[in-house]
Design a protein around this ligand. Structure first.
Ligand SMILES: Nc1ncnc2c1ncn2[C@@H]1O[C@H](COP(=O)(O)OP(=O)(O)OP(=O)(O)O)[C@@H](O)[C@H]1O
Ligand SMILES: [Mg+2]
Length: 387
């Protein structure tokens, strides 16, 4: 058994198994016939991602952005679950893992879709999946990714687990574990708010807003369209948003001031939502900002937030906080021996795996409050607390 955390976001899909980590743009494209491959440029597996899954070939991530004739990304939750989750999640699992052992996966859903989509998410992934990686200039590599178990938690809680657990899945930050924590996870398309009181998930202050950094990108791209008449796809904007300048048809546009105005407006809107949503939760001990968007907006967010904000760690990419926490939680739940656990090459099929469908739901528990931890049992007391 091998444990992996997988976070399929609207902007980026992330995977981490403790040895390998991967971030790819959540873009799927047709596998174009490329006649000539330049020997120069980036040759790493994640940047030339050409796969075949269920007899269909795809380019993924940057490679799709660059080379596919038809590129698809989505800002719709139903489409994400129906058309993207399986391909993206199996691809990142295949990049991180060798496929020799069945996988136990921890993943997350936006707070607002947890109840609705958990079953569909599990159905998409449980069982055996044969994936082929077509490596440029090398032999194809086929792996069978066998997903035996999936545990789904609210996405932002991954970031809390990342702070509370150590790499072996032991609770090390006991002080934080005893606090009442607010988490704001600003992603590409959604912003998730969540409250965690002494490791209990509080429904009242937890919700998903349908806004993320892509809102800012849309405003900027509309403005650029007025000036240049070019329709900019949102996923092509990461690079130049960062640099503050874009060249369209030979003309350079400086967007530094526009970006500042848009970010500052967005940050104050999102922090007003936070204030409204957490109006009754004035007793929060700390507020944790996470998700790639928080990092991007940090200087505009901080002046607007009242309360003790836990500083964003610059040590790791903020987009990875959730998936790091998923892995740690998986190790807490299923155990971690420090090296490989007893290896099993047995593959799982859909019916065996479906056993996992209805148990181990995040909210399914009758127990009250934090109890002494039992490493292999999982946070069985982790339950939604209705206010
Ligand atoms: N190195 C980076 N490259 C690209 N984007 C980055 C980087 N660092 C931070 N960002 C920001 O991270 C955002 C994406 O964050 P994240 O990966 O948390 O979103 P997501 O999980 O894909 O989206 P959602 O939670 O809405 O599904 C981007 O919109 C960008 O603003
Ligand atoms: Mg996210």
């Amino acid at each position: 058994m091998e444990i992996i955390g997988i976070d399929v976001g609207f902007g980026f899909t992330k995977g981490y198994n403790g040895k390998n980590q991967v971030i790819i743009k959540s873009i799927i494209g047709d596998a174009a016939d490329i006649q000539f491959h330049s020997p120069l440029g980036d040759n790493s597996a994640a940047s030339n991602l050409h796969i075949t899954l269920n007899d269909k070939s795809y380019f993924l991530g940057d490679y799709a952005e660059l080379q596919s004739n038809i590129r698809d990304y989505t800002l719709d939750q139903d489409r994400l679950i129906a058309d993207f989750v399986k391909i993206l999640a199996i691809a990142v699992a295949g990049i991180c893992c060798d496929g020799k052992e069945p996988l136990h996966v921890v993943s997350g859903l936006p707070v607002g879709f947890l109840r609705r989509d958990t079953k569909k998410f599990k159905e998409a992934l449980l069982g055996d999946h044969e994936i082929t990686f077509h490596n440029r200039g090398e032999k194809d590599l086929t792996k069978t990714i066998s997903i035996a178990k999936i545990h789904i938690i609210p996405q932002p809680i991954g970031s809390v687990f990342n702070l509370i657990f150590n790499d072996s899945g032991k609770i090390v930050n006991k002080e934080l574990a005893m606090q009442k924590l607010g988490v704001m996870d600003i992603g590409f398309k959604t912003t998730d708010f969540s409250i965690f009181d002494r490791l209990q998930y509080i429904e009242r202050g937890s919700s998903t807003l349908d806004v993320g950094i892509s809102k800012c990108f849309t405003v900027i791209s509309n403005k650029l369209k007025q000036e240049s008449n070019i329709n900019l796809e949102l996923y092509r904007m990461f690079k130049f948003i960062d640099s503050g300048a874009i060249k369209i048809k030979g003309r350079e546009y400086n967007i530094t001031n526009l970006k500042k105005r848009v970010y500052s407006h967005f940050a104050s809107a999102i922090t007003s939502d936070l204030t409204r949503l957490w109006a009754d939760d004035w007793d929060l001990d700390s507020i944790l900002l996470t998700g790639g968007g928080s990092l991007e907006l940090i200087e505009y967010l901080l002046p607007n937030i009242e309360g003790g904000v836990i500083p964003i760690s610059k040590a790791i990419d903020a987009r990875l906080n959730n998936v790091y926490g998923y892995l740690k939680f998986g190790r807490y739940k299923w155990g971690y021996s420090g090296s490989k656990t007893a290896s099993s090459s047995k593959k799982v099929n859909k019916s065996q795996a479906s056993e996992d469908m209805n148990n181990e739901e995040f909210e399914a528990t009758d127990n009250e409050g934090p109890k002494p931890t039992k490493p292999t049992k999982g946070l069985s007391w982790l339950k939604k607390k209705q206010a």
